[in-house]
Design a protein. Structure first.
Length: 275
């Protein structure tokens, strides 16, 4: 780094610290944040975080690269971070948490990013030591929906084991990314997500089996359906399985969907028979 650029960077940091000390701004961008897992979402999320923070990323296999500005690190280095986002599949979450629990330092904040909430909250309450705080989140976006930026996109914030200062700090943290932070309980999240995210992924996988193609006479509605197929099927198949398995309300969603299809088919049958 050139001397002038280094001087400017030092001055900027000093100015931000001074303004933060005066209560004028926060300087959360100075935090050292860890990301466990460099799968499709972990890679994307670590890149987003690195826009304002120092980010270390760990992945068990060495075949995953890290985005620019994100440093690959060892597990030991990851555990020095003050906050760690766990970005793994829902079905892998328990094993990862159990492998980390005895190594996590007191005062560390563990943040899950699972697409369901009651399941990971129950695990973190059970497995993590009492002196380890945890926060349950669900970024309602990914590499596809967030490819043009995350401003305005929703993030569910479900307080887990947090003191009030930490809770307020992280609400501000996410809002500094201009995210639409939505506070709700894990149960509220799962009940609503079953009929939003759960049904979207279910329908996307069903439509994918039809091998639909683009058409010159396709309506806007048809093109929207193709986008649903593309977005849902770009995600790993394991995510689809996990959404249906670990959300306690998706079974009811599928049964209601099945009944709706049967009722619609019956309606057509009645129309064909002239009833």
């Amino acid at each position: 780094m050139k001397k002038g650029a280094l001087y400017t960077k030092i001055q900027t940091r000093l100015s931000c610290r001074h303004l933060a000390a005066c209560g004028i701004i926060h300087y959360y961008w100075l935090m050292k944040i860890g990301v466990y897992g460099l799968g499709r979402f972990g890679y994307f999320w670590s890149k987003v975080l690195a826009e304002q923070h120092t980010v270390l990323a760990y992945n068990r296999s060495q075949d995953k690269s890290a985005p620019e500005k994100v440093s690959r690190c060892s597990l030991e280095e990851l555990l020095t971070c003050e906050a760690i986002f766990i970005c793994v599949s829902i079905s892998a979450f328990k094993n990862v948490l159990e492998s980390l629990a005895s190594k996590i330092r007191p005062g560390t904040l563990i943040i899950d990013t699972c697409s369901v909430k009651t399941y990971p909250v129950a695990l973190m309450s059970e497995i993590l030591a009492p002196d380890v705080q945890f926060l349950a989140t669900h970024p309602m976006f990914g590499p596809d929906s967030g490819k043009n930026g995350t401003a305005g996109l929703p993030l569910v914030f479900s307080s887990g084991r947090l003191d009030q200062d930490t809770r307020n700090k992280w609400l501000s943290f996410f809002r500094e990314f201009k995210l639409d932070v939505i506070e709700m309980t894990p149960e509220e999240h799962d009940r609503e997500a079953a009929f939003t995210q759960g049904i979207t992924h279910f329908v996307g996988r069903v439509l994918d089996k039809l091998h639909l193609e683009k058409s010159r006479i396709g309506t806007v509605g048809y093109r929207n359906l193709l986008e649903i197929v593309e977005q849902t099927c770009n995600d790993p198949l394991q995510l689809f399985f996990d959404l249906q398995r670990y959300n306690p309300f998706t079974h009811d969603m599928r049964m209601q969907l099945k009944n709706s299809i049967e009722q619609t088919m019956d309606l057509l049958s009645q129309a064909d028979s002239g009833e």
